[in-house]
Write a protein that binds this ligand. Structure first.
Ligand code: F6P
Ligand code: MG
Length: 504
């Protein structure tokens, strides 16, 4: 086996850099034999490589391969084989169950659209289950070309011999592609194009978490009421609690459970202490100091606090935890502005779209609970005043690793650079931050980000896929021996921070 031992590749390699790589051979199990040869390689890509290096990245750049369903028995394999077809079957069933509604709204045309959509989805399910090639999109929407370019990018290194297919391609790519194809099936059938196939389960998950939402809004009211009198240590304590509530809110996604109820039933505040040991990396003090260090002197007597961008994940209870945390950030004066980033079409079952965002705030306002409705009214006025704003961008519903963002979505990258802190919610965002690759668990978060860092950032994620970096030596081994499913059960979490400026 050949292993790369020098140099440790880091951020300062640029286009046309000449780098000498020292390579060692090992006989197998443990000991290395002396250095075999020195290979000189001219790097032809930018710090964060995109298309050009995809074929070569394992051997040249020290970047591990993408997780893929081609590894039989892996979590990716089980997801593509079992979970994705289950989700597709539920989507088909939902559309069929709503046949009468489509008829009432659109007459015969609605029924034709329902049938054609189901037929396209059944065809896709068959392609998936028989590992057929991934097909180019045909719906001519804003992002179609970019998806088709991405397919070519993956096809190119494989030549004409082998097609990019469901089981043989990167898991991240095919899983994202499935959600985009669901959208294509709807968009090709106009009267029902805007129908959100996941809406029922998202609203159900919100209503099933009502008790927890009320508890949370009551807690928020209590904190806000006493805000003026809080000592600094009390403020930090509330900050940590609400940050952790938002973290654990991520347990409640509907993709991992293939659409089954996954709502929050117990008090989110009371459970925090018992959940603490399950936070594998806790950089919350760095998040706090990032926010407090951005407090700059503003107009007389006023400080200009930070802008925080929250890259949202799931609707239902998780979204409420994010809104409560954002409310606290603003009412405490730590933050002057919050930008929320959501998805532009229904995605990974439970992810937030603009409609979900507005609906959740309206429902909160309309609740028959004093502090819940007060919170909703406050959130609505934050939006009206521009203190909060909602944004979406096609890049969030594309399959790219985030290290591609600067090249493939420069406008979004530039927008994120305006933030003082980026909070990335959830598992899928973590997979995209780290490229969904088979990293060694002790590799640094900074290395796995591969140059992505428009601003200081923090991932708030419960583990639901087998990628995790930034652990202590031996930590992963210990977890594996105690709890073999630690990476996929949603039982563990990370608050993992990275600051690009501190690297320079
Ligand atoms: O594997 C579980 C899964 O379906 C992943 O594909 C995905 O990363 C995750 O669920 C979605 O979780 P989240 O909503 O936290 O991004
Ligand atoms: Mg999600």
């Amino acid at each position: 086996m050949l292993s790369l031992i020098q140099p440790a590749l880091s951020g300062d390699i640029h286009r046309n850099t000449n780098v000498s790589l020292r390579v060692q051979a090992s006989s197998g199990a443990s000991d290395f034999v002396p250095v075999l040869e020195i290979v000189s390689i001219k790097f032809e890509f930018e710090q964060c490589p995109t298309a050009k290096m995809m074929a070569a990245d394992q051997s040249v750049h020290g970047v591990p391969p993408s997780l893929s369903a081609k590894v039989v028995g892996s979590f990716a394999y089980l997801t593509v084989r079992d979970r994705l077809p289950t989700i597709l079957t539920k989507v088909i069933d939902t559309i069929h169950r709503n046949k009468n509604k489509f008829f009432e709204e659109y007459g015969e045309e609605g029924i034709v659209a329902e049938k054609q959509t189901i037929s396209l989805l059944s065809k896709m399910r068959n392609e998936l289950q028989t590992d057929k090639p991934v097909l180019a999109l045909t719906d001519g929407l804003q992002d179609t070309e970019s998806w088709n370019q991405y397919l070519k990018r993956h096809q190119r290194p494989q030549g004409d011999q082998e097609s990019v297919s469901w089981f043989k391609s990167p898991w991240l790519y095919v899983e994202c592609y499935m959600y985009r194809r669901i959208q294509e099936a709807l968009w090709l059938n106009p009267p029902i194009s805007d129908y959100d196939v996941f809406n029922e389960s998202k609203t159900q998950s919100f209503f099933e978490s009502q008790q927890a939402v009320m508890t949370l809004c009551t807690y928020l009211e209590d904190v806000n009421k006493n805000m003026e009198d809080l000592a600094k240590n009390q403020l930090v304590e509330h900050f940590n609690k609400l940050l952790q509530v938002s973290l654990w809110g991520n347990k409640c996604d509907l993709s991992i459970s293939a659409g089954q109820d996954n709502s929050q039933k117990i008090s989110p505040i009371d459970s925090l202490n018992s959940l603490k040991p399950f936070i594998l990396v806790d950089d919350s003090n760095m998040v706090w100091s990032t926010l407090t260090s951005t407090q700059r002197p503003g107009p007389p007597g006023k400080a200009t606090a930070a802008r925080v961008d929250i890259i949202l994940d799931n609707a239902g209870f998780e979204l409420v935890t994010d809104l409560v945390f954002a409310d606290f950030l603003v009412s405490s004066g730590l933050v002057r502005e919050v930008h929320f980033h959501g998805k532009s079409f229904p995605w990974f079952v439970s992810d937030v779209t603009a409609k979900d965002f507005q609906w959740t705030i309206r429902q909160t306002m309309a609740a028959n609970h004093k502090w819940m409705s007060k919170s909703g009214v406050q959130w609505q006025s934050y939006l009206k005043e521009g203190v909060w704003s909602y944004h979406d961008h096609p890049f969030w519903t594309q399959p790219h690793e985030f290290c591609d963002m600067a090249a493939d979505a420069p406008d979004l990258y530039a927008a994120l650079q305006g933030a003082d802190l980026l909070l990335f919610k959830g598992d899928l965002n973590y997979r995209k931050l780290t490229g969904d690759r088979d990293w060694d668990h002790t590799v640094g978060f900074d290395t796995a980000l591969r140059g992505f860092g428009p601003a200081p950032l923090c991932s708030l994620r419960t583990l639901k896929a087998n990628v995790q970096v930034g652990l202590q030596p031996g930590q992963a081994e210990k977890l594996t021996s105690q709890d073999p499913d630690w990476m996929t059960s949603g039982k563990y979490a990370v608050i993992q921070f990275y600051c690009p400026a501190s690297e320079q």
